[in-house]
Design a protein around this ligand. Structure first.
Ligand SMILES: Nc1ncnc2c1ncn2[C@@H]1O[C@H](COP(=O)(O)OP(=O)(O)OP(=O)(O)O)[C@@H](O)[C@H]1O
Length: 224
């Protein structure tokens, strides 16, 4: 699904921030990504959805070399990836349901209202479908962000510290949704500092832990 071969990346062609990384993320896998602040986790995730391109080495997404893709090819690739960030941005003048449906609206696809209702129910936001985003709690915002990330049925879900601002209970609810997505066959890549979160996930689903340290990617040991 995602394959890196000796990939390196440096911003503005400068010193590599990430060096000589090789990785294969099989379909249906669940990986965590950890590493010190500033080690390059967000950068790594951006490379995975071709928001950044490698400065050396190869990056294959869904079997395609991202450096050989046209603009349309990159857009098609991005539709297969749902991304959740720590600080989710919404269109604050539109209700939650419209915000969640926005990827469909933007790409000119019809909104299947029963399916949207099911999605709202899955993230437990049925009662907030007409709420404006500024009135949501942190946990509700992140569940809305996850719903928006999966509305196009992506194959890969990338979550960049999605629980960074949430308390433990809200974090567990979000993790639960990601575990359910993984059980339904989606590939998940989840960056977090929270080792307790990783431990909680390991009790429910088979996961592997990637770690960025000293510009390199390591597969963490079984000590978590
Ligand atoms: N657009 C950019 N241009 C130049 N440097 C950048 C850019 N984005 C990030 N960096 C730098 O790259 C380094 C890694 O940033 P990145 O956000 O990938 O790390 P991170 O591991 O996700 O950090 P954190 O855990 O604090 O979120 C940092 O030193 C950051 O300042």
């Amino acid at each position: 699904m995602i394959e890196m071969q000796n990939l390196s990346f440096g911003y503005s062609g400068g010193e590599p921030l990430l060096a000589d990384m090789s990785l294969s993320l099989p379909p249906g896998s669940f990986h965590f990504l950890t590493g010190p602040s500033g080690s390059g986790k967000t950068t790594f995730l951006r490379l995975c959805y071709a928001d950044l391109l490698p400065t050396a080495g190869k990056m294959l997404a869904f079997g395609q070399d991202v450096t050989e893709l046209s603009r349309d090819g990159i857009a098609a690739l991005r539709r297969r990836v749902g991304v959740v960030h720590q600080d989710t941005q919404f269109l604050d003048h539109l209700p939650v349901a419209e915000n969640i449906a926005m990827p469909l609206i933007v790409s000119g696809e019809a909104v299947d209202m029963p399916a949207l209702g099911d999605l709202l129910s899955w993230v437990q936001l049925t009662n907030h479908s007409r709420t404006m985003p500024p009135a949501l709690s942190g946990g509700e915002r992140q569940r809305a962000a996850l719903a928006r990330a999966v509305i196009m049925s992506p194959d890969l879900i990338i979550a960049d510290e999605p629980t960074g601002n949430l308390d433990w209970d809200m974090s567990m609810r979000l993790l639960q949704l990601l575990v359910e997505l993984n059980r339904s066959g989606k590939t998940v890549l989840f960056a977090t500092h929270d080792l307790n979160m990783i431990r909680a996930a390991k009790q429910q689903v088979q996961t592997r832990v990637l770690r960025i340290a000293g510009k390199r990617l390591q597969l963490a040991g079984a000590d978590l």
